[in-house]
Design a protein around this ligand. Structure first.
Ligand code: ADP
Ligand code: MG
Length: 269
């Protein structure tokens, strides 16, 4: 598989026979069971699957917000035990993660300042301007989150997180709450940013078109409980992808059929 960014940056992420129960009792089956997966450094990996199958759970495990009941998650071969600045999560909720009392510029500067302090470097305000330009928010720099549209808030979140260049970027249905036009623009932007800047992206979506547009591989999860990957598809199409092309349609159809099958199975039990 080709990694499109020549300057490969990003961590490898591995799930090793992972079992996850939220409930300590053995009476109900675990949410995720014996799941193994290797995501390569610099890869864009998309996770799809029926609602409630455990997609967000997998991201929480990589983020270190949750510990597996059995098995292990490693990042660059190191066991994940806690959250760390090398792994950042972009959430669907467009309000939660923004600091409401800080304006757009301050929100984007926040992580960069923290990072500069940790590395004992001088904070470069030029970087904030750079990222505001990338996400098209230079003119909104002085606005508060409460004054922004949903799409703008999500762009602030993206700038804030990508600016610190985390090795691993975890995105949990980041554009699900946005209108179709804004979503389309942001999908393009995230794809271009990843191609330019690198980083490993683990991206959860229920939007199949989005999955095929963005992912180098798409993992389809089975319906829970005891979910796992039922198939992993390699999307061997060059970026930017044409969603009207027959090749695109072919992959989208297979993924769609598999998800529908899983949803139907979960209805029958
Ligand atoms: P998805 O993101 O695929 O929709 P989740 O990973 O959020 O699914 O959830 C997987 C399963 O785990 C669901 O059945 C959900 O109800 C359950 N679950 C999620 N979070 C918790 C929690 N904090 N406590 C108990 N059960 C949870
Ligand atoms: Mg979820």
């Amino acid at each position: 598989m080709t990694i499109h960014n020549p300057l490969v940056r990003g961590s490898s992420v591995e799930f090793k026979v992972v079992v996850l129960r939220y409930d300590a009792s053995d009476e109900i089956p675990p949410v995720v069971s014996d799941l193994s997966l290797e995501i390569k450094a610099g890869e864009f990996f998309v996770i799809v699957g029926p609602s409630g199958c455990g997609k967000s759970t997998l991201l929480r495990l990589v983020a270190g917000f949750l510990a597996p009941t059995a098995g292990a998650i490693t990042v660059d071969g190191n066991l994940v035990t806690d959250p760390g600045p090398d792994r950042a999560m972009v959430f669907q909720s467009i309000d939660g993660p923004l600091l409401q009392w800080m304006n757009v510029r301050q929100n984007v500067a926040f992580g960069l300042k923290l990072q500069a302090r940790n590395r004992k470097e001088t904070f470069d305000p030029g970087l904030v301007d750079h990222w505001l330009r990338i996400v098209g928010l230079s003119n909104a720099a002085d606005k508060l989150p409460s004054e922004l549209s949903g799409g703008m808030k999500q762009r602030v979140q993206i700038a804030r997180i990508l600016a610190v260049k985390p090795n691993t970027i975890l995105m949990d249905e980041p554009f699900a709450a946005l209108d179709a036009q804004t979503r389309r623009l942001l999908q393009q932007q995230v794809s271009e940013l990843w191609q330019d800047e690198g980083g490993t992206v683990v991206y959860v979506t229920h939007d199949i078109r989005e999955a095929v547009l963005l992912g180098q591989r798409i993992g389809v999860m089975s319906a829970g409980p005891e979910s796992n990957f039922r198939a992993i598809h390699e999307v061997d199409l060059a970026y930017p992808r044409d969603d009207f092309s027959p090749e695109f349609g072919k992959i989208a159809r297979v993924v769609e059929e598999q998800i529908v099958e899983e949803v139907m199975q979960s209805w029958e039990v």
